[in-house]
Design a protein around this ligand. Structure first.
Ligand code: MN
Length: 740
């Protein structure tokens, strides 16, 4: 922080020039991947303008001033992922404020877009340099008013990062002001925008100047414990590395030190010493995966890790399936190492890693191949993140937090404690959030002192008081309106326990009843009863006996042989018969399932989608054990079944005549004339002696359309009937249709 030595740097101009050329080349190299036609000419021009404007200026460090805008431009590209426009603006960002260049000059040379951004940047720094202490809310408003183009905010962040990196040379008071502002305004802003590495660096640097002692203590201790920690991490990852290599997975693995600021925060918040928390380890595995397989690959690695180490069940975070609101994607888990220490493991693909570090810029880069349209989308998105017109001006920082997870709401207890709940959480969720006892006995709530039902949806800022009664207990209906996992689990647990208690009693009652019938409580007998009462789960069945929903007297008449119900034998026989039939049908080309055949006693149903009748080409579909569903061969459903469940299809034919009648649907169109409907019905029922199930006609401008459902014996019968109808004067077409 001393200023000695500055003179030496100032006179060493040759060295400056060499350094300048080196830095300029580095900047161009950084920009190369994002450049499009004309960009490099523009950047060159911006550099020359800035260089000449700042020519005689030096930073407090003694360096040529131009190094700063160049550094800001580099950050914009490398660490935020911005494009050429931002580079031009970053290079020019201090010219209008600090040199003789005017905004008009910029507009003439670089156009209105660049000029607008420079204008915003100039105004922002004008406000800060006037030593105004901004309230957070004002800062937000200011950012929004001054930045039509959100690039202003991003370049300002880059500017701030470079200033923090070179803060050493500032006067102490100035350091304090800039560092606190950084912690208070800029780091949360970076976090909000998903720029994690910038946020972390800003925080660490902020701490360095606001609490230098703590910063030094933590950095020194981190260094001292480095060897021990590395050894631990190496031991921890060695079996994982071996296994991943064996599987041929491409990855990089990093022991991830916690940020200095986060360690400091933990020490302050939990009032513990460095020694008590330094051994929180974290590693990050970054996979070199294609977009299509990255999710599966991440889970594969997760599975490998948990083969070696036991995961903490409540510490698995899947931000791949549901990314965070600011775009963050990764798989986090915490596992137990053999030495009894928890290790946090983060698994993500290269793409996800880049998004985590650079925010949405990287996201759009992947989506749109870095095209400007993708960038614009991102910039709009940032604008949305920042714009949040709320009448009651909450603190800026709180608002950041409120929106970072826009799927969450913040509500208060009567004592003013803050609780976080998901959006659409109800008063009942809130009750369970505080305590499961409170939730279980909840009968209502007061939201902002007004009485509301349990199912009331809460909003951010609500103050909620829960009303209870010891007589109240969780109800099944509650599951319809709670959303938190905690509430659902508590209600389900209670219901399950209730069910268990009832089931236990019910089972006892059943056993007694069966004993009287000389039947056993065997699985086969229970299965018969479940079928009879159409209940799927044993436990539910027993519970229903206990609460009298099922009357056990209904089973008094079942015949019992050797302790088993007669039906047990029957079902077994049927099953055997069915299996034998299937084997026969599959083993022989000429074997068919015969519909209505006397030999086969297998149940069949005629599919309602196509109403097959004898004579139609049909197939059979084994719907469930012992039941075949018959479809017409050209029915849509049949085609689908043959396509994807061909193993359950059986060859099927009709039996030679039997006096069964089948339902068929016929569509008739024609010209409406008096008495036509009568004539049609008369032909069908009188002349042909066919039963109709229904008939419907619709007439429109002299044209009628009708559908008749009738019972026929077979296909030939139907064809004859249709021919007769066609002969009626006025009828134009008669067609068989699918369905009813
Ligand atoms: Mn600057």
């Amino acid at each position: 922080m001393s200023t000695t030595g500055i003179e030496n740097i100032i006179i060493d101009e040759e060295k400056d020039r060499a350094e300048l050329i080196k830095r300029y080349r580095a900047l161009l190299k950084t920009c190369r991947p994002i450049l499009k036609e004309g960009d490099s000419k523009n950047i060159r021009k911006a550099f020359e303008v800035a260089y000449n404007a700042h020519k005689d200026m030096r930073r407090k460090s003694g360096e040529p001033y131009i190094f700063h805008p160049m550094a800001v431009a580099t950050i914009c590209v490398k660490e935020i992922g911005l494009g050429a426009t931002a580079v031009v603006c970053a290079l020019l960002h201090d010219t209008v404020e600090d040199t003789s260049i005017t905004l008009q000059d910029v507009e003439v040379m670089f156009g209105s877009k660049v000029a607008k951004i420079i204008d915003g940047l100039t105004k922002i720094s004008g406000i800060f340099d006037n030593n105004v202490s901004l309230q957070a809310e004002n800062f937000r408003k200011m950012l929004l008013t001054l930045s039509d183009d959100v690039r202003v905010i991003l370049i300002k962040l880059a500017d701030r990062l470079d200033n923090m990196r070179t803060l050493d040379f500032m006067a102490h008071q100035k350091q304090l002001k800039i560092a606190s502002e950084t912690l208070y305004l800029y780091a949360p802003l970076a976090h909000r925008l998903g720029l994690y590495s910038i946020k972390t660096e800003l925080e660490d640097l902020g701490l360095k100047y606001t609490s230098p002692d703590a910063y030094t203590e933590i950095t020194t201790k981190l260094k001292k414990t480095q060897t021990v920690r590395s050894r631990f991490i190496n031991q921890f990852i060695s079996p994982i590395i071996r296994e991943l290599d064996k599987q041929g997975i491409k990855y990089t693995i990093k022991g991830r030190p916690k940020s200095i600021y986060s360690i400091y925060n933990k020490m302050v918040k939990k009032k513990v010493s460095f020694e008590e928390i330094y051994d929180i380890f974290a590693i990050r595995i970054i996979l070199d995966s294609a977009l299509e397989t990255e999710k599966a690959d991440c889970w594969r690695v997760y599975s490998t890790i948990t083969d070696f180490y036991t995961p903490s069940p409540e510490r698995l975070r899947d931000w791949i399936s549901t990314p965070k609101a600011n775009g963050y994607e990764a798989l986090h888990t915490t596992v137990m190492s053999p030495t009894g220490k928890w290790v946090e493991v983060q698994i993500r693909s290269k793409r996800m890693d880049e998004i985590a570090e650079k925010g949405y810029a990287a996201h759009w880069k992947y989506k749109e191949d870095g095209s400007e349209s993708g960038l614009d989308d991102w910039i709009n998105r940032i604008r949305e993140l920042l714009e949040n017109p709320k009448p009651d001006a909450l603190d800026f920082l709180d608002e950041f937090k409120l929106n970072l997870f826009s799927e969450e709401i913040y509500v208060f207890t009567p004592k003013g404690d803050l609780k976080t709940l998901p959006v659409s959480a109800t008063a009942l969720d809130f009750a369970f959030e505080i305590h499961s006892e409170l939730g279980s006995h909840c009968i209502g709530a007061k939201v902002n002192h007004k009485l509301v039902p349990l199912s009331q949806n809460l909003k951010s800022g609500d103050q909620v008081e829960i009303l209870v009664s010891q007589k109240q207990n969780p109800k099944e209906e509650w599951l319809n309106f709670v959303v938190t996992a905690k509430a659902k689990a508590a209600i389900n647990n209670y219901l399950k326990d209730q069910l268990k208690v009832q089931a236990f009693t019910g089972k006892k009652l059943l056993e007694e009843k069966l004993m009287k019938l000389k039947a056993t409580l065997s699985n086969q007998n229970i299965k018969v009863l479940l079928d009879r009462f159409k209940i799927e789960k044993e436990e539910e069945f027993f519970a229903k006996i206990a609460n009298n929903t099922i009357d056990l007297n209904q089973i008094s008449k079942i015949k019992v042989t050797n302790g088993l119900f007669e039906e047990v034998k029957e079902t077994q026989n049927k099953k055997k018969e069915f299996e034998a039939l299937l084997a026969k049908l599959r083993g022989n080309k000429n074997e068919h399932f015969v519909i209505g055949g006397a030999v086969q006693k297998i149940k069949y149903v005629l599919a309602e989608c196509c109403n097959p009748i004898p004579g139609d080409d049909v197939i059979g579909f084994i719907q469930k054990e012992g039941q075949v569903e018959i479809h017409r061969l050209n029915c849509k459903k049949a085609i689908e079944l043959m396509g994807n469940q061909s193993n359950r299809i059986v060859k099927t034919k009709w039996t030679e005549h039997e006096s069964i009648e089948f339902l068929a649907a016929v569509k008739i169109t024609g010209f409406d004339k008096k008495g036509l409907v009568n004539q049609v019905t008369r032909i069908i029922s009188d002349e042909l002696n066919v039963n109709m199930r229904s008939i419907s006609f619709e007439s429109n401008d002299g044209v009628f359309e009708g559908t008749v459902l009738l019972y026929v014996q077979d296909n030939n019968h139907l064809k004859g009937l249709m021919n007769n109808l066609k002969k009626v004067e006025g009828i134009v077409s008669v067609n068989r249709i699918e369905g009813k």
